[in-house]
Write a protein that binds this ligand. Sequence first.
Ligand code: SF4
Length: 698
Amino acid sequence: MAAETKTTCPYCGVGCGVIATVDEAGAVSVKGDPEHPSNFGRLCSKGSALAETIDLDGRLLYPEIEGERSGWDEALDLVARRFSETIAEHGPDSVAFYVSGQLLTEDYYIANKLMKGFIGSGNIDTNSRLCMSSSVAGHRRAFGADTVPGTYEDIELADLVVLTGSNLAWCHPVIYQRLAAAKTARPNMRIVVIDPRRTMTCDIADLHLAIRPDSDVALFMGLLAHLATSPAVDQNYIAAHTEGFGDAFATAAALDINDLLERTGLPAMQIREFFRLFETTEKVVTCYSQGVNQSSSGTDKVNAILNCHLATGRVGRPGMGPFSLTGQPNAMGGREVGGLANMLAAHMAIESADDRDRVQRFWSSPVIAAKPGLKAVDMFRAVADGRIKALWVMATNPVVSMPDADNVESAIAACPFVVVSDILKDTDTTRHAHVLLPSLGWGEKNGTVTNSERRISRQRPFLHVPGDARADWWQLAEVARRMGFGAAFDFDAPAAIFAEHAALSAFENNGSRDFDIGARAGISARAYDELSPFQWPQPAGTAAGITRFFAEGGFFHADGKARFIAVKPPSTDRTSTEFPFTLNTGRIRDQWHTMTRTGKSARLSAHIAEPFAEIHPRDAIETGISSAGLVEIESPHGRAIVRALVTDRQARGGIFAPMHWNDQFAAKARIDAVVAPITDPLSGQPASKNVAVAVRPL
Ligand code: SF4
């Protein structure tokens, strides 16, 4: 008889519920879970093709040492010995973990516990650094905690939805479906898209603001100055629940209108219309994603947006609020357990001596990281200059996805000891591993993920485990045991890890932290297995999670008030005579990250089969580029060769290229080899959207 399993899609941060069916012959099919409150049965093209990506072709099935198959004991003993020896000789900061928003929360929890609580270093960072760390930093500055105030339903309830730096149609397709359906049902709903490119999302937009790259801070400063002198300003909310309005307003008001027009490149009429819509619409949700986050001013962009919602008191009420759209399936879960180098666990602060003491006592650990560790770009710099001598990479492919990817590859290749846990045997990163550890893939893994609306859902296994593959948490716990930390890592199943994670979230929690799932502390294996999707926080003794935050204040700064941030417009033009174009990287609809899974589906590859770069027709003429011809994109950091797509969707002076392709699928197509390792000074997030490049026909 066919067996059905309720699980969660492993791709984007929408976190759609999936029902996987295995029939009598072992064939797998998938459909959307109509009972999952994030997608109500919807799936996008990637989710619908999941069954086409789970074959064993190319799988890493057994541990390997220096390219030779080994047993688990031999491989784990070697990893534990080399990490222990390196720490003994060079100190705890000489080792690092680089992990992933693809890990389940339970994997992440163990990795963070081992690095911060037992090795004693903060050197665990994640590819989520490339995804949403500017939103984390912006939330913490404004709210005092990394809290998304609203829920997907707010996007449907809004009368105005502003999408900035978000190609929702391709990058969060099921939220786009929900938004499009809401607009069809309520045609008076207005949608504004703020994006240098005319993307597919613009198909449902009433207004498209094709701003210059990185001019979002100026645009939202202009909006704040406008709102502050309009009837939309909520002086009662500002007085009761915030600090810093005066400075933020004064800084915003000092931005001259001509400067605003020059920076954004927008016609005055379009700016006026946007400001009018925002001012006159009470129910407004502003969604932001990688166009905001992946910037050297990403944190300021987030705070410029939050300032406008705080000034109008439009936070945490139905149909109102700022909304960070997370890229990965479990970037949020990673944040919850402290998977970023500058966080601790359960949203506690690594900078706080009280928090460090609390976590150390809870873990009964011999040591606790005394300071934040290295963020992703700095971590690979430390690998390159020899400060990090042992590196463990899990569930990610930094040789393709990190900025300055050629130098990242050289750094990993020269690192004295590299461990890679992956499901695939041959990736650009696994090629440089001294030890390869076979991990479980989607359909085999067992644990939880958290999506963009703070909803925790189960990923459940329904496939036989192939070869000797093992869960990432198990690999970490076995290495921890071999390093002498056995008692603290004596977990027999992910349910026990989740129970401890939930208990830590409630430990000495007097309501000063946003993340609290104490209601699930000590959860039984059976209850964990049956866990239905729920939103955090859900403190002990409560029957359901909290849906919205901050309508009545209650921010997480010590005084309970939010902070306005007096942001200033950055200097953003990086072009020069030699590198006169601005490269903007991003996703396409039917591929995920470095294509190691979606690349297996012929159906998905049929959407766009080759790496490409969009260029405006006039720029193509001036550079001698012909449609569908090969072009070389070059920066001081590297080069890539892709096919030209000449289109007026792309603004003049800009190039768009997707980040998916690697050298396995197409020679020299790794666009991140071109991307400069420039980062936001607060969040450490790389600026993948504004890279000075030259482009020429090949
Ligand atoms: Fe999966 Fe995202 Fe598509 Fe939902 S929208 S099916 S989570 S890729």
